[in-house]
Design a protein around this ligand. Sequence first.
Ligand SMILES: [Zn+2]
Length: 326
Amino acid sequence: MIQYQNLILNNNQFINICNQTLNCNSFLFESEDNLFLENFSYCFAKYLFCVNNKKPCNNCLYCQKVERLVLADLIVYPKTNKNILVEDVKDFIDNANLMPIESDKKVFIFNNFSTASIQVQNKLLKILEEPPKNTYIILNVNNINKVLPTILSRCKRLRLNKLNNKELISNLEWKSLDENSKSIILNIADGNLEKAENYSSNPDFLQISKEVVDTLSNLKDSKQLLKYSTKFNKSKKSFEYALEIFECIFRDVLLVRVGKESLLKNSFLLPQIKLYANALTADASYKLIKKINEIKKQLEFNCNYVLLVDNFLLYYLEVKFLCNKK
Ligand SMILES: [Zn+2]
């Protein structure tokens, strides 16, 4: 099923790219937001197959079949794995040379294309150079650095813009979230639909965001450490959420400290951010952001997250203490 269609069909970039399908068959869409990226390309496929004047009409047989991803002439990779494998590309090459079955064209979508190895990418070059008639190829990429320049030069490239808060607010289900939680989510998601959906539907995330605010307001010395560390060390995931939220707030503190508060994405949180800014200098917030990024790396290497929680909170106290001494 295609999600967030209204959002995509009204998107200027979507309308623009649809107008460029006459002279181009190979497309590369780029974004860190996988959810938006995939649904964007499914809507694009719908546009390509639709037989009515106002495309996509959402009514014709083709629109309906694309909607359910059951049209035989729309083939989505990877088929079995999360990554694009050599089997996928072999299947694609075999398939691309066959006639369409249900319509007059074929559309191939490669999700997660950045996971394809260099050998696998090389196998695609020839067919991207001269795609068979009425064949469209769409590569979805979340890390452009992993794609060969020779692939890039053969495709019409489109870097999807981040969504704005207005778009996220009107398209997500927010359940009964208060404005404060919404603000934190929008701030951290930073225009990323996948993140915003993930956070807004996750009760743990919302709880953690309250704990972070509580910690910044009330953690004063190392005797309280145990009380606060238990809030974040329930699971690795909850600590990861906490780090995202801490980082987001320290970035805002930094902006306030260097007199750039007009750049704050969430003016709603300003009074709170100003309070934290009183306790932390610009240099301190910078150090804390750096520390958070170090810890994120350590988490990737599976370091003991319970120890890292203590380590982070102690560092925070130390940095804050040094600010107060000055
Ligand atoms: Zn249609």
